[in-house]
Every structure is written in C-alpha cells, then in structure tokens.
Ligand binder design. Structure first.
Ligand SMILES: *[C@@H]1O[C@H](CO)[C@@H](O)[C@H](O)[C@H]1NC(C)=O
Ligand SMILES: *[C@@H]1O[C@H](CO)[C@@H](O)[C@H](O)[C@H]1NC(C)=O
Ligand SMILES: *[C@@H]1O[C@H](CO)[C@@H](O)[C@H](O)[C@H]1NC(C)=O
Ligand SMILES: *[C@@H]1O[C@H](CO)[C@@H](O)[C@H](O)[C@H]1NC(C)=O
Ligand SMILES: *[C@@H]1O[C@H](CO)[C@@H](O)[C@H](O)[C@H]1NC(C)=O
Ligand SMILES: *[C@@H]1O[C@H](CO)[C@@H](O)[C@H](O)[C@H]1NC(C)=O
Ligand SMILES: *[C@@H]1O[C@H](CO)[C@@H](O)[C@H](O)[C@H]1NC(C)=O
Ligand SMILES: *[C@@H]1O[C@H](CO)[C@@H](O)[C@H](O)[C@H]1NC(C)=O
Ligand SMILES: *[C@@H]1O[C@H](CO)[C@@H](O)[C@H](O)[C@H]1NC(C)=O
Ligand SMILES: *[C@@H]1O[C@H](CO)[C@@H](O)[C@H](O)[C@H]1NC(C)=O
Ligand SMILES: *[C@@H]1O[C@H](CO)[C@@H](O)[C@H](O)[C@H]1NC(C)=O
Ligand SMILES: *[C@@H]1O[C@H](CO)[C@@H](O)[C@H](O)[C@H]1NC(C)=O
Length: 838
C-alpha cells in the first residue's frame, strides 16, 4: 500500500495547523506532541447528497485508494454531532474523494456513545491524548501522561498509535476495539467487539458482543451469566493472555496460541475482505470493496447460525418468538388474556414487554406459561452448554424457576433417551428472542408472568398448547419407566468359571450363563439380531443397563475366544463401545457391552420422520466420532485392529448422540473359525472395498466402508434403495453420477433445512467420502488423515477419481446365513446381511 508522502518526514507540527484552512491534502499520517485540533477549524469532506449525510474532518490520513484511513472527526447522522474516529475512506491522489456515498466507514471511535457538537482533540506535551467538547471537561483520554510518548501515528492498517522514543507503542486503538476488526487487527483474551443498539442509534451499546475469553471466542449477550449464541471453544495453553489471540489476516480469522499460528485455518473469510463488523443484529459480517461500483458489499456472514435468523438473540427482540417463516410473535398472542404486548405494533421484531412487570414482592401472583416446542438459542446452538439442572423432570424444572426470583424463564429439554423422563433444565435471568421451529421440538418453555393481584391464581391456559404428541410421548415414557423399575430386582453373579483357568485381566467381568439369563430376563428383550448373533438388553445388579450379545455357532472356540476378549476388553476409547464382560461356559459364548440408549445409527439416518432427523452438527460430529474410533483401532492401540464391517448398524449412539464403533475385533474371532462361510469375504456387500476380490486386505478397507457410511449420513439414503428406479438404487453409483455432473449439492439430504443451510460444509464432507472411496486403496487417506481434515488442518486433494472402479461381481463365495446373495449386473452385491447389527 502506498503511503501518503512516505518519503517526507511525514510529521505534523503546530505551525502547520493553519494550513488546514487551505485544504485536505495536508492531513499527515503522524503528529508530534503539543498539538491541538478543533473541529471548527478543520474543513469537512461531506459524502452523499441524501440523508443520512456523512462527513469527515481529517486530522491524520494514511494510504491511497481503498482502503485509506482517516483519523479525525466524523459525523454520521447529524452534521453537528461528531465522533473522534478512525474511518475507511477512499483517497484519489492523496485527497479524500467525496464522490462516493460508501464512505466513511467508521471502524473505531473514542467517544462512541457520546457524540460532540464542537470536539477538540489535544496531544498534550506530557503525551496524553485528550478529547473535550468545546471548553468542557476532559471527556476521553488515553491516560498516557508521563509515559514517554513522543508522537502519534496512524499506521497503514488503520491503527492509531502513541509511541515512545524507541518507537514502541504506548497506547494503540487496536487494543480498544469497538465493533470492527480491520485487516491485521487482533482480538486478545479479554477483548471484545460490541455493536451499537441499532444502525441509526449510536448513543447506546448493545448487549451483544464477540468476546475473546480464556476458554474461546464467543458471540453472546453480555448478561450475567452471558448467553452464548455462537461458541468457538479453544484450549489455550497456559501462557500469557497477550500471546493467545485471533487475528484477521488476509482470508482468515487465524488462531494464534502462545503467539504461534495454530493450524492452517480457523475461520475462512473471502480474501478480498477489508474489515469485519459485529452488527446490531448479531451477525459478524465481512465487507469487501466493489471497485466497479465503488460500494461496500458483504463478502461473508461469518457466524452462521444453525437455525437461520431465528438463532440470533435479538432477531425478535425481548420475549419475541421467532418462527420458521421468520415471523415474530409475542408469547401469548394466541388468545385469552395477553400477558405480553408488542413494543411497536408496526415492528414485531422489536419484541414484547410484560403488561404487568415481574415483581418478587408478589411471588404468589406469578405463574409460568407453559409453551410447547419453544426453545432458546443458548442450549440449542451449543451442544456443550451445561444445564442449570441436569437429569430432572419438567416439573422440577418449572418449580426451580418459580422459586427463584431472578429466573424469568426456564426451558426443559427432553433427554434424547426417549425411554427416560430425565431432561436438562436451563434457567434464564433475561429473555431474548425465543424460537418455535420445526426442527427444535424437544423442549418446553416456561415463561414467568405476573398476574395483577385481582386475577391471581389463574390457571395455566397455555398448557393446552403443549401438543398432544408430546403428551402421548410422556405417557409412553411413564409406561417405560414402570417397566424399567419392575425389572430392577436382578442380580449379577460375578464368579469365576471353573471350566477355564485362563484369566482375563483388566476390568472385564466374567459372567456365568445363568447370571446372564437373569440379567436379560431369560433373553427376553431383544435389541437386535445379525450374523454374529442376537443382542439383548440386560440390567446389572447396580442398575446400569448393558447389551448382551449371544454369539452363535462359536461354541467350540475357547482359547482364542479368551484371547480376543482380552484384546477387545483392553481397548478403551470414547468412540468405541466398551466391553463390560463376557461368558464362556460349555457351548455358550456371550459378550456384555455398555448399553447405548439411542441404538444404532441406521435408525437415525434413514428415519423418515423429520422429528428425529439429525441436524448437520450432529451428523458432522457422528462422522468425526467414527473417524476417531477407527483411527484409534488402526493407529493408536497396541495392536492394529481392522474392523472389517463398518456400516451404520455397527455404529451406536449414546444418550448425547456421541457415536461409538461396535463389534470391533469380532471379525478376527470369526476368522479363526474355519467353518464359517466368511473366510474368503467378510463384511457387508456394498460396504466392501474393491480389493476384497483380489489384493491383500489392509486397514484401507475400513476407510472405504467409512466413506460409504459418510455418503449415507449426508444423503440420508440407504446404500441400496429398492424403491428407486434401477439407476438410482445403488447410492455409490448415484454419488458418482452427481459428482461427474458437478452436482454434489443435489446429493445432500434435501428434507433437512439445516442440511441445506450447511451445504458448503456438507459438500466438503462428500469430497472426503469420495477420497475414502478411491478404487485404488493406496490413494485413500488413512483415518488419521481424515481426522486432520475434519479438524480443518488439511484439505482434501483436488485430483480425486470419481470412478471408484468397483468391478461387477461375477461370482462370490459369500453367503448370507439365511438367504442367497443376489446380485445384479449393474450394481455390486445387494444388501443381505453377512454379519449382523447388534
Ligand atoms: C516531530 O518529531 C520528529 C521526530 O519524530 C522530529 O524530527 C520533528 O522535528 C518533530 N517536529 C516537531 C514540530 O516537533
Ligand atoms: C481521481 O481523480 C482524477 C483527477 O481528479 C480523476 O480524473 C479520476 O477519475 C479519479 N478517479 C476515480 C476512480 O474517481
Ligand atoms: C482513562 O482513565 C479513566 C479513569 O481511570 C477511564 O475511565 C478511561 O476509560 C481511561 N481511558 C482509556 C482510553 O482507557
Ligand atoms: C507509522 O506507521 C507507518 C505505517 O504503519 C510506519 O511505517 C512508520 O514507521 C510509523 N512511524 C512511526 C514514527 O512510528
Ligand atoms: C438509543 O437507544 C437507547 C437505548 O436503547 C435509547 O435510550 C435512546 O433513546 C435511543 N436514542 C435514539 C435517538 O433513538
Ligand atoms: C493448537 O495446536 C496444538 C498442537 O498442534 C493442538 O494440540 C491444539 O489442539 C490446537 N488448538 C486448537 C484450538 O486448535
Ligand atoms: C510458548 O512459547 C515459548 C517460546 O516459543 C516456549 O518456550 C514455551 O514452551 C511455549 N509454552 C507453551 C505452554 O506452549
Ligand atoms: C497457569 O499459569 C499461572 C501463572 O502463570 C499459574 O499460577 C497456574 O498454576 C497455571 N495453571 C496451570 C493449570 O498450569
Ligand atoms: C488470562 O485472563 C483470565 C481472565 O480473563 C485470567 O483468569 C487468567 O488468569 C489469565 N491468564 C494468565 C496466564 O494471565
Ligand atoms: C489477499 O490475498 C489475495 C489473494 O491471496 C490478494 O488478491 C489480495 O490482494 C490480498 N488482499 C490484501 C488486502 O492483501
Ligand atoms: C437421573 O436421576 C435418576 C433418578 O433420580 C437416577 O436414578 C439416575 O441415576 C440419574 N442419572 C444420572 C445420569 O445422573
Ligand atoms: C436462579 O436463576 C438464575 C438464572 O435466572 C440461575 O443462574 C441461578 O443459578 C438460580 N439459582 C438457583 C438457586 O437455582
């Protein structure tokens, strides 16, 4: 960037001041001590001929073309009300060009909430920079008196710096950000961006902020405690807070920990962006300059919410309910007595207010409106938010708010385990925009209202709004609860089996067959069935649930069974299902696993009901979990373990939708059993990598199957769908066609709005899948590489083959236990189960 008069000393002294009357060209980029600038003596450059009119009275000017920076007095809304500010201007031949209304763009102001009629700025002989209105008292100061300041500099990047005689900054405007970050600016721990209340009202600051804290970057409402609507959690090393920050570098909001740039990318931004601003609507927008039209355009909306605009806290004002179609309503405008009124009838998005304000002196006249399918941004957008009360019923949740004076609303979120009535409860001390969205129907809102004393004790008429579907669900929960309690009187017999002397070390328990019969109520509650055997629900003596897998036809395997159990039992990873125990007694071979409340992944991704459809974040997290689990098996545990049967039926979900890989290690067991048909080919057709037919098997076969599962998760389509016409039956074939036509976005689950909103990320996930499906196994990435890609530390290569060359099968020796494996010429094997789900 060219600097104005960069060859000259570029300083300004008092004697030059008079020259301001002659023109703007003399604004310099630096200034020395003992200088005073009065707005009244600086001529102004006005922009535009409509209103609002902007004008700049420059003191320091730096740069040429766009962006150039002017530090001086700026008026935005009224010709006589000035801020001392830094703004981006367009200069042509060292003069501010006023042809374009796109300027000035204020990126920092000293007196943002206190505009002045006749401001005067002084750089005192002691080195303090002070701002006064006319002859008034000091309204703002950098407090740098006596700190050896020798001058003032406006840098190329728009930073106003007071420096000492070693040229070291003593004070800089970058350390006091307003609502914007310009290219090159940092946000260190403790700093934040705060917008004004509206585009036209500069006198007050919003409660919104983008705050950098020692736990991450959070877009939030600055209440106590803060209400976060966009969290980016970061594990900072325990180093000086100043060395941990994000910086707006060209094209990226980059993360620096311990002053070292971490990873290649943190948040990507179009590289033409020149500044970004947190705006009064909660959006963080990056702006680029359109040199054809000489206008600013939004290059990116950076913190994109999962729930569209409804996910922003101020979209419908306080107490306003945001619905899928973008409307704002008040909590009780559906009939009956209105507790809330719109702040402005013509502008529903300005929110609602309580007709009778809440008063803790009249607790007996307070009640809680129950509103079904109502949710709130804090927990909906932050899977890691901690509830105020965990594992409570909705009645507990409502009571907790009723009894707590500072609570204005409570939200009860059903646990994802529909077999339990335990849920999470969130209490709010301030209520911003609420959400009533189809995809968020698992929570109930309780809004506290004050009845005027004469209508006290009113019944809760809005309870009826709670849908009947919800009602019946709770009935179901109660029935299940009763069943659960009645099956508690079970015992675990945890004794040694005298048949075998081999001991399995570690935490793995040995069960007798009789004890497992008791635990599973004589194998009565079947959870699933498959080629390896059937899986039953059981409850241990301590009340914890387990899944008991009865392996079929392995009765004669003894020593190797114990060896494998030892291996499986010694593997512990959050993304692998834990083996709790086993049983080997005469011909019985059983494995006892931790219970996974949400069952297998196939139930969730191919589910037709949108009520249970997983959102993008959940799907992404599941993919990430599977990758971590497989990475552990392949690369991190003591012995490399190939799974050989990755498919949705073998991915299980816990109550929080954390995914865990199941049935690892079992393939090995089967392998030892030469009587099985799977010796030549094992796994599930369709998920099998091409090299099964010829080459040696490596861990890359799991990578291939993983790729197939990713396709299924992102498209929400089964690998084989016989309800489609023949060319659309086989998902990998459909994928190949879409990829070759360049229409990967057509492949994404089109029933989920959330998936469509996250299309770019979903398409990138499909590129990862394509990488995993490369016909040549050596071109497939390792699981650790995939984890790195998912972490944003690596990119998918561009030279992917979309052929996936899967040679048609002419014959196979593989046979399903019950049925013949059919095959069609155009597609590989059709899905029949060779080895079963749990
Ligand atoms: C301003 O400071 C520079 C050095 O930083 C010096 O050369 C110049 O003489 C100073 N001007 C005045 C007016 O003090
Ligand atoms: C810059 O100024 C010159 C001379 O005033 C003018 O001819 C030119 O059009 C200006 N450039 C732009 C982009 O406005
Ligand atoms: C200067 O000090 C005053 C009083 O301590 C404080 O209110 C003000 O925020 C400080 N100014 C700056 C720019 O930090
Ligand atoms: C002022 O800032 C410019 C541009 O960032 C820089 O080149 C120059 O050295 C600075 N001058 C002083 C005196 O710090
Ligand atoms: C600006 O907003 C504040 C706080 O919301 C309000 O008190 C003030 O009246 C507003 N000013 C204008 C000019 O609208
Ligand atoms: C920063 O880098 C280190 C080492 O590369 C890594 O362990 C850590 O997770 C990274 N932190 C973030 C927030 O990416
Ligand atoms: C921070 O960086 C310094 C210098 O590079 C290094 O000595 C120190 O170990 C680092 N600290 C942490 C916690 O990474
Ligand atoms: C982090 O550093 C501070 C001081 O630098 C020290 O007091 C504290 O114990 C450290 N914490 C940890 C977890 O290392
Ligand atoms: C960083 O700042 C946080 C508060 O913002 C403080 O709790 C923490 O101790 C600081 N850490 C260091 C190493 O200074
Ligand atoms: C940012 O990078 C792009 C390409 O990498 C380049 O075209 C552009 O000029 C850069 N912008 C700035 C302000 O450096
Ligand atoms: C939830 O509460 C129930 C009953 O109060 C209790 O049995 C159960 O262990 C709790 N679960 C958790 C995870 O705290
Ligand atoms: C009362 O409610 C506030 C939020 O409104 C919550 O932060 C606080 O923990 C609650 N107090 C108790 C004792 O539950």
């Amino acid at each position: 960037m060219l600097t104005h008069r960069s060859s000259s000393p570029a300083t300004l002294c008092l004697s030059l001041l008079g020259l301001y009357f002659l023109g703007l060209v003399l604004s310099q980029p630096t200034a020395n001590l003992s200088t005073t600038w009065a707005a009244s003596s600086i001529s102004s450059v006005s922009f535009g001929n409509g209103s609002p009119v902007g004008s700049v009275k420059p003191i320091l000017l730096r740069g040429n073309d766009v962006p150039s920076f002017a530090c001086g007095f700026v008026s935005m809304l009224s010709e006589t009300s000035y801020l001392f500010a830094i703004s981006i201007v367009y200069t042509n031949a060292s003069q501010i060009d006023q042809t374009y209304t796109a300027f000035p763009e204020v990126v920092w102001a000293a007196n943002r909430n206190n505009p002045m009629v006749n401001p005067t700025l002084e750089l005192t002989s002691e080195g303090d920079l002070i701002l006064k209105d006319g002859d008034g008292p000091v309204a703002w100061s950098t407090n740098t008196s006596g700190k050896s300041v020798v001058g003032l500099n406006l840098t190329d990047s728009g930073n106003l710096v007071l420096f000492d005689d070693n040229n070291v900054p003593v004070w800089q405007s970058f350390d006091h950000p307003m609502d914007s970050l310009v290219l090159g600016q940092k946000l260190t721990i403790g700093q934040k961006l705060v917008p004004s209340v509206s585009e036209t009202n500069w006198t007050a600051q919003s409660l919104l902020s983008l705050s950098m804290t020692s736990t991450g970057l959070f877009a939030q409402m600055d209440t106590n405690p803060p209400q976060v609507y966009y969290p980016v959690r970061i594990n900072f090393p325990n180093t000086s807070n100043d060395s941990n920050y994000i910086e707006f570098v060209n094209g990226t909001l980059a993360l620096f920990t311990n002053s070292t740039r971490n990873g290649s990318v943190f948040i990507n931004i179009p590289s033409a962006s020149l500044f970004m601003r947190l705006e009064y609507d909660g959006h963080l927008r990056a702006y680029e300059f359109d040199t054809a039209k000489y206008q600013w355009t939004v290059a990116a909306d950076i913190l994109v919410r999962d729930y569209g605009d409804c996910g922003y806290p101020t979209v419908c004002g306080q107490y306003g309910i945001c619905t899928s179609n973008g409307q704002c309503t008040c909590p009780d405008s559906n009939g009956g007595t209105n507790y809330f009124k719109q702040t402005n009838d013509r502008h529903p998005n300005l929110g609602c207010y309580e007709e009778v304000p809440l008063s803790c002196d009249n607790l007996q006249f307070q009640s809680l409106l129950e509103l079904g399918d109502l949710s709130y941004f804090t927990y909906s957008t932050d899977p890691q938010s901690t509830p105020d009360l965990a594992n409570v019923t909705k009645v507990n949740c409502k009571d907790a708010c009723a009894k707590n004076c500072s609570c204005k609303a409570a939200f009860y979120v059903r646990g994802s385990n529909i077999r339990s009535d335990a849920g999470s409860c969130y209490l709010l001390s301030e209520v911003f925009s609420l959400m009533n969205l189809e995809q968020l129907n698992n929570s109930i809102g309780y809004i506290k209202v004050q009845n005027s004393s004469n209508k006290g004790g009113k019944t809760n008429r809005l309870g009826l709004i709670l849908g009947s579907s919800l009602g019946s669900l709770f009935a179901l929960i109660i029935v299940i609860g009763v069943i659960k309690v009645s099956s508690r009187k079970r015992e675990v017999v945890d004794e040694a089996d005298e048949d075998h002397l081999d001991q399995v070390p570690g935490m793995v328990m040995r069960f007798t067959y009789d004890s497992l019969k008791v635990i599973t109520e004589d194998f009565s509650k079947k959870l699933g069935e498959g080629g390896f055997g059937s899986v039953f629900e059981g409850i241990l003596k301590d009340g914890s649930k387990v899944a008991v897998k009865r392996l079929d036809g392995l009765g004669h395997i003894k020593k190797s069974f114990l060896a494998e159990v030892e291996t499986i039992g010694s593997i512990h990873h959050v993304n692998l299902v834990t083996l709790v125990g086993f049983c080997t007694e005469s011909s019985h071979r059983l494995l006892v696993y931790e219970y996974m409340p949400n069952g297998s992944l196939d139930k969730w991704i191919f589910c037709i009901s949108s009520e249970y459809a997983l959102n993008w974040q959940q799907r992404r997290k599941i993919i990430y979990d599977i990758a971590k689990g497989l990475n552990y098996l392949h690369e991190e545990c003591r012995r490399k373990i190939l799974h050989l049967d990755i498919k949705p039926q073998n991915i299980l979900l816990d109550e929080n939708f954390n995914a865990k890989v199941a049935d690892f290690g079992l393939s090995k067991l089967i392998d030892r059993d030469k009587s099985q048909v799977m010796t030549t080919m094992r796994g599930t057709p369709g998920y099998l990598a091409p090299e099964w037919l010829s080459a040696a098997i490596t861990e890359k076969v799991d990578v291939y199957s993983f790729g197939v599962v990713v396709l299924e998760i992102v498209s929400a389509r089964k690998l084989f769908d016989n309800s489609q016409d023949s060319e659309n039956t086989y998902l990998v074939g459909v994928f190949r066609r879409k990829a070759e036509e360049g229409g990967l976005s057509d492949f994404i689950d089109s029933h989920s709005e959330d998936m469509r909103l996250n299309e770019a990320q979903a398409v990138n996930m499909l590129r990862i899948a394509a990488w995993c499906l490369q016909g040549d196994s050596t071109k497939r990435p390792s699981m650790s590489t995939i984890v790195k890609v998912l972490d944003g530390l690596m990119d998918v290569p561009d030279d992917l083959e979309y052929d996936f060359s899967y040679p048609p099968l002419m014959k196979t020796s593989a046979k399903a236990p019950q049925e013949e494996v059919p095959y069609a010429a155009s597609t590989p094997l059709l899905p029949s189960v060779l080895s079963g789900p749990r």
